[in-house]
Design a protein around this ligand. Structure first.
Ligand code: HEM
Length: 411
């Protein structure tokens, strides 16, 4: 390590994180498990690797007050499960897990598969298609009815694009940030209306659907959740489902770059399709870091942290940790044809999904991604020449700039 590094680490890193994006935490850690630094003007510790993941998901840390306002208010929404702790968290999380059981995930996968089949058939008469845009519209058209939200195709498209605007703009500078914030306001109003109308008996979503379960959702004391909070959680199911379009765009890029895997998946190799989906989630960046706060003063893997001090998990660095993932920047689905270091596979968080904050949507994500990969691999297309397939490591979340443009009809 160079002599200047400890001094550089001690400087406030907020601007560097915003400017550098995904490489920030791995560069700061330089392979170490726990490093002290400063963020948002205060001391912080950045953790990574399997030991870092274990410590981050330990009960000595809490989530209340951990997220900066753009994340809390624009992405997750006020009062969301992401910022709850202890009994309040367990209770809310159980509601969400009720909606996301294996049978429900299979139903969503089947609906998305049928939409891809129709969509790909419709490409025949078109000069070109952009995979990212197709995926946003398609996922919205599958996920909204599945969630019990009965609206026509135009509204599905409009809501899908609003949901995508929130995901794409929440962590940026204006103007995308303003577009995201405005979309958030509109979505909150809409979803709160859906919850209120369900409670009033004007809407009758299917039992077990997200709208039915969350509109009837109660807190630990048996009180109905405020309509706005139930609406926030409804959006916390449909918004990240639309966010899978970011991974679908990367999957299309990987299919362009890996014709061997494309052929294998097109031939019906189910294990290859699953492994490909896993590797897309591991290899391509989405969530850069996660944040928590110390419940009381404590030692975090050798670093002293004050009560309320910030502890950050380097998600991107952990999914690219050479100890767990040899040649980590290489896209290689074959890693997932054998056993992997599960604890280092944290694109959607780590620890226990029921008791901790791990994402309850991993089944939905993998299923939506796998369905898309299978349909895209089997469809006849060539990439449009000359497009910009690069992506920025500073933009969060990022994706191929062109959205991946394909010319249908030629294999
Ligand atoms: C692009 C795909 C997705 C990514 C990258 C992603 C990533 C994450 C991450 C990193 C967390 C935080 C884990 C933590 O705080 O420890 C999280 C939490 C969460 N995700 Fe996802 N997710 C995705 C898709 C989904 C889907 C499809 C759903 C629902 C259908 C979903 C619902 C949630 C919820 C409700 C939480 C909060 C859990 C809690 O605080 O206990 N996510 N996600």
């Amino acid at each position: 390590m160079d002599d200047q590094r400890p001094r550089r680490r001690r400087r406030d890193q907020t601007l560097r994180l915003l400017r550098q994006g995904y490489p920030w935490a791995p560069e700061l850690r330089d392979g170490e498990t726990a490093v002290p630094t400063r963020l948002l003007g205060r001391p912080a510790v950045v953790l990574g690797g399997v030991a870092g993941v274990r410590r981050f998901y330990d009960d000595r840390l809490r989530r209340r007050g951990a997220f900066p306002p753009p994340v809390k208010l624009v992405l997750f929404g006020p009062g969301a499960v992401h910022g709850l702790d202890d009994a309040a968290h367990h209770h809310r999380k159980a509601l969400l897990l009720d909606v996301l059981g294996a049978e429900a995930v299979d139903r969503l996968g089947a609906a998305a598969d049928a939409r891809w089949a129709e969509r790909v058939a419709g490409w025949a008469g078109r000069d070109e298609v952009t995979v990212f845009d197709e995926a946003v519209d398609l996922i919205a058209s599958a996920v909204l009815p599945w969630a019990g939200i009965d609206v026509g195709p135009d509204e599905q498209r409009r809501r899908g694009r609003q949901l995508a605007a929130v995901v794409g703009g929440f962590a940026t500078a204006p103007p995308p940030w303003a577009v995201a914030a405005l979309a958030r306001v509109r979505l909150d109003r809409w979803a709160t209306g859906l919850v209120r109308r369900t409670r009033a008996g004007e809407l009758t979503p299917p039992p077990g659907s997200a709208l039915a379960v969350l509109a009837g959702g109660r807190d630990g004391a048996g009180r109905l959740l405020p309509a706005r909070v139930a609406a926030v959680e409804l959006l916390n199911v449909v918004r990240p489902s639309v966010a899978v379009a970011w991974f679908v765009a990367f999957a299309a890029l990987a299919l362009v770059e890996q014709p061997g895997w494309r052929a294998r998946i097109a031939d019906g190799d189910a294990a290859a399709a699953r492994a490909f989906a896993h590797e897309v989630r591991r290899c391509y960046p989405f969530v850069p870091v996660l944040a928590a706060r110390a419940r009381r003063a404590q030692d975090v893997l050798g670093q002293p942290v004050r009560r309320g001090g910030l502890v950050v998990l380097d998600v991107h660095g952990t999914t690219h940790d050479p100890g767990a993932w040899p040649d980590p920047d290489r896209f290689d689905p074959a890693r997932f044809l054998g056993p992997v270091e599960e604890e280092a596979l944290v694109p959607q968080g780590g620890g226990d999904v029921r008791t901790g904050h791990r994402c309850p949507g991993e089944g939905v994500t993998l299923t939506l991604l796998e369905v898309a990969v299978r349909r895209l691999a089997a469809a006849p297309w060539t990439p449009v020449p000359g497009q910009d397939l690069g992506w920025s490591t500073a933009r969060m979340p990022t994706r191929p700039r062109s959205g991946v443009r394909l010319r249908p009809g030629r294999a």
